[in-house]
Design a protein around this ligand. Structure first.
Ligand SMILES: *Cc1c(COP(=O)(O)O)cnc(C)c1O
Length: 397
């Protein structure tokens, strides 16, 4: 990546970083829907496979459209290198599996996205990798959870769906003292509102399905880190296990990235307005949002995030009938477990994203029956407030 690209501001990077034009001089990023590549000679093919000549060999390994997305994401994140994957979960799984082996231990925050929880507690243990889950907000628990065989610390901040935070700098410092790496799932904050690598994290992962696509069209993921981590650990694992991002999805996400800074800031402003309105209506302690003065970690939020983000969770009565009546009464806001979309979406985690967990596991994370999660989109805030208001009235009638 050119040095001047590194110095651009996020808005400029989002539109221009990583752009590589063909001799046709197309304005927009080219879409290379090709699985393979041809060579001028057999010698050239042999040289590319040997890594002695530059060039693409197969789209499971690399593709020019996917490459543009990777370069643009790396520039926005301020990371040395990036590899895109087919989904956020393949990014998460690969980022861990590429650096772990039997006998290793993973230390993770308990407040996790459902599938991340399943990977750490059900899938990795089948390969002899043990784990400990701690309260991500409690640095003493992180310290106490470390073992000599701990190789990876993993966290999500803010976490899905309770929006609790982890002190990324403090957890990174603990990881490095112990000779381990910190992997951060930065989906909720996005690279616009939080920079885990600047805070000390070694690896950052994204589900590009969320704010980066931003319009609910494609699945994708990304892993970012040092050139050494990507080249020495991740690249081999991804190339040979094959969760490659489709060039078409990469192209859609490149276009999504162009408006990411504007969308995320606007959605976060609307989310702040809604969180304040909900807190007035529901009372203190019922709204979980890092931008609220009542958030138990508001100082940490101000230190490591530029704003509260686009997700707001809130606690209604622990009565599924009431919660479902409220959700079913919404006329504008859609019921959907996706997030980061331009359309405002609402979900009931206990019966959807977190239904695969046991009741005890849900309770330990604070995923109660009455908890709902709102992913705030780009509609006018007044229309969203009016919809919430009429749904509260209808549900209580
Ligand atoms: C959605 C999500 C994932 C998984 O991403 P997919 O693209 O759905 O595979 C991982 N972590 C968090 C926090 C998410 O919200």
């Amino acid at each position: 990546m050119a040095d001047d690209e590194r110095r651009w501001r996020p808005e400029t990077k989002a539109v221009r970083a990583g752009l590589e034009r063909t001799p046709f001089g197309e304005t927009s990023e080219a879409l290379f829907l090709t699985s393979g590549y041809v060579y001028d000679s057999a010698e050239e093919a042999a040289a590319r496979f040997a890594g002695e000549a530059y060039g693409y060999v197969y789209s499971r390994y690399a593709n020019p459209t996917v490459r543009m997305l990777e370069e643009r994401l790396a520039a926005l994140e301020g990371a040395e290198a990036c590899m895109a994957t087919a989904s956020g979960m393949s990014a998460m799984f690969s980022a861990l599996a590429c650096q772990l082996e039997s006998g290793d231990h993973v230390l993770a925050a308990r407040q996790l996205f459902g599938s991340c929880h399943q990977v750490i507690t059900k899938i990795l243990p089948r390969f002899g990798i043990s784990f400990t889950l701690v309260d991500g907000a409690d640095i003493d628990e992180w310290r106490a959870g470390l073992r000599p065989e701990t190789k990876v610390l993993f966290l999500e901040s803010p976490s899905n769906p309770v929006l609790s935070l982890c002190d990324i700098s403090a957890v990174a410092a603990l990881a490095h003292e112990a000779g381990a790496r910190l992997v951060v799932d930065n989906v909720f904050a996005t690279p616009i509102l939080q920079k885990p690598i600047e805070l000390g994290a070694d690896v950052v992962i994204y589900s590009t399905t969320k704010h980066i696509d931003g319009q609910g069209r494609t699945l994708g993921g990304a892993v970012l880190g040092t050139q050494e981590f990507i080249s020495e650990r991740l690249q081999f694992f991804l190339r040979h296990t094959g969760p490659s991002l489709s060039p078409f999805n990469a192209w859609v996400q490149l276009k999504g990235l162009e408006t990411l800074p504007m969308r995320v800031r606007r959605m976060s402003e609307t989310a702040q307005t809604i969180a304040e309105w909900l807190e007035e209506r529901l009372g203190p302690g019922r709204v979980l949002y890092p931008g609220l003065a009542s958030h138990p970690q508001r100082e940490l939020a101000a230190r490591q995030m530029a704003a509260g983000g686009s997700l707001v969770s809130f606690r209604l009565e622990d009565d599924r009938n009431f919660v479902f009546r409220f959700m079913n009464s919404l006329q504008l806001i859609d019921i959907s477990n996706n997030l980061g979309d331009t359309k405002t979406l609402i979900t009931h985690p206990a019966s959807t994203t977190h239904s695969g967990l046991t009741e005890e596991e849900r309770a330990a994370q604070g995923v109660t029956e009455g908890l709902v999660r709102l992913s705030v989109g780009l509609e006018h805030p007044d229309d969203l407030l009016a919809d919430l208001e009429q749904a509260f009235e209808a549900a209580r009638a």
